[in-house]
Write a protein of this length. Sequence first.
Lengths: 181, 986
Amino acid sequence: MLFDQAIDIPECLNAEALTVSLMGEKARYSLRLKSADVSAIKKASGLKLPAKIMGASHGKDVTCAKLGPDEWIVIADPVQKPKLDKALAKVSKDFTCSVTDISHRNVGFGITGADAAKLINVGCPLDLSLEKFPVGKAVRTLFESASILLIRTDEQSFHMECWRSFGPYLRDFFARVVTTR
Amino acid sequence: MSAFRKTGRGRVDASKVINFTFDGKSYQGVQGDTVASALLANGNHLMGRSFKYHRPRGVLGAGWEEPNALIAVDRGKGRVTPNVRATTQEIYEGLKAESQNRSPNLKFDMGAFNNAFSMFFPAGFYNKTFMWPKSFWDKVYEPFIRNMAGLGPAPDADDPDVYASVYGHCETLIIGAGPAGIAAALAAAKNGERIILVDENAQMGGSLLSTPSIEIDGKPAGKWLETSLKALAKAENVTLMTRTTATGYYHDNFVALAERITHHVPNAEIGKVREALHRIRAGKVILAQGGIERPLVFNGNDRPGVMLASAAQTYLGEYGVAVGNEVAVFTSHDSAYQAAFDVADANTRIAAIIDVRGTIRDDLIMGATERGIKVIKSAAITKTFGKLRVKACEVYEPESGNKTKLNCDAILMSGGWTPSLHLWSHSKGGIKWDADLAAYIPDAPNENAVCIGACNGDFGIAAALSAGHKAGGGRKTYKTNETDFGTGLVLSSLPSYLDSSKQKAFVDFQNDVTEKDIKLAVSEGFKSIEHVKRYTTNGMATDQGKTSNLNALEIASKAVGKPIEKVGLTTFRPPYTPTTFGTFTGYRDNELFDPTRKTPIDPWAEANGAAFEPVGHWRRAWYFPKEGEDMHAAVARECKATRDSLGIFDASTLGKIEVVGPDAAKFMNLMYTNPWSKLPVLGCRYGLMCREDGYIYDDGVVGRMAEDRFHVTTTTGGAPRVYRHMEDYLQTEFPELDVWLTSTTEQWAVIAINGPNARKLIEPFVEGIDLSADSFPHMTLREGKICGVPTRLFRVSFTGELGFEINVPAHYGRMVWETLFEEGQKYDICPYGTETMHVLRAEKGFIIVGQDTDGTVTAHDAGMSWAVSKKKRDFVGKRSLARPDLVAEGRKQLIGLLTEDSKEVLEEGAQIVEDPNQPIPMDMLGHVTSSYWSESLGRSIAMAVVRDGFNRMGETLNIPMPDKVIKAKVVKPVFYDPKGERLNVV
């Protein structure tokens, strides 16, 4: 067993109107950039860095989200990692910025189905209606006592991330909600 | 059909009979009944005993304001709910209800002796009586008060039920689904925005449920209600919630809704949600909470059978239950006449309407005359008779002095109406006194909120409907055929010939506060209503004075001799009605109470029998006992194995912060006491961090990955606060620096390998790093690969042995650990936990921040002046370190202690003195901070902070314990390998 996120998803989380799955390996980077450099860095790295806080861009294998005035997170398929490592190393060298590999800091959950927003609203105080939280929106927020990153990937699907050690807590929370409803 | 059930009346389904028990006795009710309505239908008025005097009590009301009829609902072990209002608990097949506050039973209650001696229990009785003698407190008074205090059975087992919580959002939240709330929803639903309409009862409708004779726009009220609710249920943007109480109204239109999901369901399954807390953020809140009728304060007003007039109307209109055969009505308000007419129209005899007023509206007199009801004007009830149920009352006419005894088996009273301002007040909405209503009504809002209908002081159904429609954005004016709701007269005391000290005229029924108590409080100097409340306990019971606050205010204001507005109104606080702890807890019990963070290696530790200890949110392997070992034996073995050959330790919980940017070294210089500019790339340094006050805050090894990149480690528990501390200074004090912080605690799994064979173990797995002592010296780091995955490999030691800390990306942690553990069998590798780590570091005199320091220890006090740069111009805490008290001689300083008896292990926290023969309190020099059995040294060791410790080397100090005094010698706190030679094993 090489790659181990140590989270089993119980059977109950594969329900009719609600599926929670654990995402596999991802490449993740935290970028802290000066706003003056952003367009140049976009060009240099090829990353579609969104300009608006809580905005996100979704390529085939790469998602970029802006979480704060100077902070972006890049989440990519691991096949992209060598390419991204190289591109971001160059960014790191050429610009005054911070690039940190956080690939293993997080685990990701895919939450899908008609009840997806309802499940997330058990612990997340944000308004998840489509008007207030449209597809593509990305925020750093809370699910009860865990800090999470929440991205809406389509009307009934969310990508939720948390630090690795909080994963089982979220998983247990989801399972409790589903089995007791 | 039971004696008091009226055929053709009420909304209950008389064809569905439901069996339940009350105090073990079987009763029958029908579908739609509450416990109270079913008991009344059986002619049973006695439902509880009062709190203080244990007086027999029946229902006062018919809803959530009920102060008297409190029951415990017993659903088996751990599932007993106390203090449930019988008036709101719906019956279901097999329901088991028990009365409270009585012994041995409701009809014969030993506690009622308090009633006989009530003259000795005035307001403030406890405060006055239990003051002396002081020695009586522990043995006599406190046990007595504890026994008397509290209502209902306390839980004696864990609650097996499940509770839920969820967040929700809407543009309009409407609280209360009476005519006002429903009309508001109908109007608001049209704009398509999200609307939530909640009602605490099983059915929506409010007063419309008990007034079937009313016609709205020519349609019977019942029909109008049915049509309206159907339309709302169909609207996709409207959510209807019944059995849901808005318990609290918080900032920014954040409202807590407590939903009772299975309280009315027989044999509700354990493991499914019983109650849910909905935390709603609303754009606008429409409060349509209605009003509560006020009791009249007269002698004997608490006898079972005496109740609010509106309650009788509800029991009849909603449940089809007559509250008696011969009913007296006592009122100071017009609305009681309609109640009396309803009751009379259902063929119950009205003994008389006794009105304190001299002038009464003509149409009311006419209505009474038509029904043959006698109206006695300018009169009052001055006595009631009967033991467990009223059987007669005495009517007193002050003008003539006549006293007449009137037979009756129920008395309906009405002292006017109080708008329900509870939630409005939670929201900090303003209130103003309305002299006509003799009540407070809403003034300026503090949130985007509006009060409509009775809770705004607008009584009557047509008024409520129209106000509701307007609040919902509509313009409709409704017409009804109701009798004018009318007005009343509020008197601070009713006419009576009896001496007020002889009367038992109850104001607060639940806490047994009488008119006399409130007058007494005022006469004893309590002038503010808040003080009167606390002295008398008026309004402090579980009902928060819903029926008593205004009566108490009237009485107090007259006694004080000031207008009511000057006496004030007590504050309403959430929850609106008693709410279970389960609702507040929601899902967050047991494993969901708080996250337990586990490391990548935790599953291995669990599989290998580790004992765990919590460190902050983390659980860490504490020690790894083998069969038959206790902690002491396991730790001794782990220590020895590590020093003799090889130990492996999971250090993943160490906090890690990546400090990156061209100004990284500058920032590090400011945040840590040590100098960083000259630390070469791939060098490591122990870092010490102070707060502004100069005391030690955190520590850890820092590696320089590049000119502009530091890998900072913090203590496990300190990680979040160090990150916040750094970020705080970066943003507020040093915003000009080009440097950024990223938490990488969880990016890296950290495996510490310690012992003479450490290098040999890892050598075969490492790629791209020369591990030889010369090219990879102590306190440096390298990047390369281990077991095929990238690593940041630190050569550091927290044990004094040759040591490596292997950082690998977290999801690979377990694989690397298991690979090394397997290979380590060659060297008898020993996994060890935090306890062994603590012993090994103590042997070397390394401090643990938070154990050997307590927020008042400076680097100098800890013997670590070497870690404080003297050259740096500034760092956080530098100026404080020059404070006179921090440079003074004789501060408490960290030293080592060796007990005279080498087998004696000191207790951590034990106080240290010079002369143990001093009388207590002795002059204390300090205390033991760390103390262990050292297997390597074959003796105990300890660290302590001691006044002027550095100057006491060689002195013998005393540690007094309960059974003996332990002597120990002051030494330097480095017990093992003081020259550090073991680090250099080749």
